[in-house]
Ligand binder design. Structure first.
Ligand SMILES: Nc1ncnc2c1ncn2[C@@H]1O[C@H](COP(=O)(O)OP(=O)(O)O)[C@@H](O)[C@H]1O
Ligand SMILES: O=c1ccn([C@@H]2O[C@H](COP(=O)(O)OP(=O)(O)O)[C@@H](O)[C@H]2O)c(=O)[nH]1
Ligand SMILES: [Mg+2]
Length: 268
């Protein structure tokens, strides 16, 4: 309750809109002119709305972003605050490994090498998780990882996501976070991280771009900006120190070309 009140204050705060508009300006040049841009989406309004509560299937949001961009952290928060079910594709795969299933060993090797597990495995795991969830709204964290995943999911389930959130975060920040994540993961070492970043850029960004061209993807600027600002001692309150990015009301359509997106990512 307190969190929601704080967040609505934050949404209205001049500080957040100033930072938002400066970020928007910063990225403005990267955005090509599209005749029809999807309307900006108020994430908080969406999370608290009744979207997805009256159909035969849940409201589905894909949550994409580079490794370490904060998908898992923020999904847990959104799920507990707004009643979403949180389906993490990576966790589903890791469960297979720890359950010692036939395919577990093979999955472990793929994850260790930072590659993408074949669609027939992941789509099935994600599909079952969605089906067994009783929630009206589901966050699918870290899937689809590539166009092939996306096409297989849409074909097998006959479903498209209602929304795609793209967590934007510079590479150096992602690397720093992964190296200090301390979850004992076989893929959080610098060699595998480099491979994962390459896979993200070459295979996962096209999925974001696909949904962006269909007006479904929305970029969420990562809180690292607020964290940096906060160290400057600007008008900030303690809860800014928490990685609480989804309340930071910056959301605008993503529409950048591959070349432009790599510029974005290679910026330090
Ligand atoms: N906005 C943030 N600012 C700083 N650290 C963060 C932020 N979001 C997540 N983290 C930290 O970064 C690491 C990676 O986050 P995680 O949510 O696991 O990312 P992903 O699921 O995208 O790989 C975790 O240790 C998490 O605590
Ligand atoms: O749909 C998916 C999700 C994950 N992975 C594999 O699982 C690893 C870890 O995924 P997770 O989403 O947990 O990593 P994160 O991006 O959250 O750090 C990835 O690098 C891939 O090797 C995959 O192949 N397909
Ligand atoms: Mg994760």
């Amino acid at each position: 309750m307190l969190r929601r009140r704080l967040s609505s204050l934050l949404l209205r705060s001049p500080c957040s809109s100033a930072v938002a508009s400066s970020i928007q300006q910063q990225h403005h040049l990267l955005l090509p002119t599209h005749a029809e841009k999807p309307p900006a989406l108020n994430l908080l309004r969406l999370f608290t709305s009744l979207a997805g509560t009256d159909g035969d299937r849940p409201f589905i949001a894909f949550v994409l972003g580079g490794p370490g961009s904060g998908k898992g952290t923020q999904c847990s928060r959104i799920a507990s605050d707004f009643g979403f079910s949180h389906v993490s594709a990576g966790d589903l795969l890791r469960n297979e490994i720890s359950a010692g299933t036939d395919q577990g060993e093979w999955i472990l090797e793929i994850i260790r090498e930072g590659r993408i597990v074949p669609s027939e495995i992941t789509v099935e795991l994600v599909r079952k998780a969605i089906e067994s969830s009783t929630a009206k709204r589901v966050l699918i964290d870290g899937f689809p990882r590539c166009e092939e995943n996306r096409i297989a999911f849409e074909k097998i389930t006959g479903t498209e996501p209602d929304l795609v959130l793209f967590f934007d975060c510079p590479e150096d920040e992602m690397v720093k976070r992964l190296l200090s994540r301390n979850q004992g993961r076989v893929d959080d070492n610098i060699e595998t991280i480099k491979k994962r970043l390459k896979v993200f850029e070459s295979l996962n960004l096209p999925v974001v771009e696909y949904y962006s061209s269909r007006g479904k993807a929305h970029k969420v600027i990562n809180l690292f900006i607020l964290r940096r600002v906060s160290w400057t001692g600007a008008l900030l309150v303690p809860f800014f120190y928490e990685p609480y990015l989804y309340f930071f009301d910056v959301h605008f359509p993503i529409s950048f070309t591959r070349k432009q997106s790599s510029t974005l990512y290679s910026r330090s």
